[in-house]
Design a protein around this ligand. Sequence first.
Ligand code: NAD
Ligand code: KPL
Length: 305
Amino acid sequence: MSSTWHILGAGSLGSLWACRLARAGKAVRLILRDEQRLTAYQQVGGLTLVEQDQPHHYAIPAETAQAHGPIHRLLVACKAYDAAPAIAHLAPRLAEGAEIVLLQNGLGSQDEVAEQVPHARCIFASSTEGAYREADWQVRFAGHGFNWLGDPNQPTRPEWFDDLHDSGIPAEWTVDILTRLWRKLALNCAINPLTVLHDCHNGGLLEHLGEVSALCDELSQLLHRSGQPQAADDLDEEVQRVILATAANYSSMYQDVRSGRRTEIHYLLGHACKAAARHGLQLPQLQHLHQRLVDNLRARGLPSA
Ligand code: NAD
Ligand code: KPL
């Protein structure tokens, strides 16, 4: 098995992971969207990671999905709505038993990917690290955080896991990855849509704590019904803690909307509402929130799913 890390998507998180792995001497290859992006990348000659205002350049090799050669280890670092279409192009190159790490926020995209590649092992990740693109091929590491990785179907830690520690990527293997992903989904559902609808930074929600608490109550019901009671523990308290700790920040969904970018609504609030319907659970606040967000996105001409 080749130990090369193929990284699909040279955006914020993909570049952050690629640069740290390359810096530690691991073999890394980027998979870019098309020939045009590949040519643009080759003209620049690599990725730049800015940490504590210090830029460092990494000449990481790149290719497109159409290149030849099997892929044994793949980090999927695109948005949730791009993951399944991206994997469809790569599936023929994925070796039997290939391992795929899915960095997508929310839930739903992981299963869309797994269905397409039954011959591969899908490892889910939940990241609280922060990075953003300052320019093409240049990413700023903006917030220290942590990465949890796990495989809901198989508890064994992959043998490459120490690559992450060697590369300074803070990470832990967990058998409860779905609990982590559901908890983050619930936090994001309680905070992000309201920041878009009230047009405010996270701290602006301190004026709407009644609305936030009512949502946390319904999200807790959903987590219990979805077999994730631990993800519901003190949800309201944690949401309020996060609102206070990030009061001056704008949520990721707010930033996407403000920049005219597609949001991951389908894999956050959309997933929550779909799960509630599947369980026959009436969650009027959550469903109303979803409808208001859909209307808001449509009015801006942005995709609402
Ligand atoms: P991003 O938009 O910065 O990067 C995604 C990259 O994937 C883009 O460069 C895009 O061109 C590329 N891409 C899309 N389809 C592709 C394809 N078929 N082939 C090759 N490349 C393709 O996104 P991001 O901010 O890095 O987010 C990735 C995921 O990580 C999201 O689900 C996000 O919610 C999650 N996340 C991001 C952060 C963060 O700080 N940026 C933090 C935690 C979680
Ligand atoms: O993860 C977040 C986001 O903005 O996406 C926080 C800060 C937790 C708000 O939900």
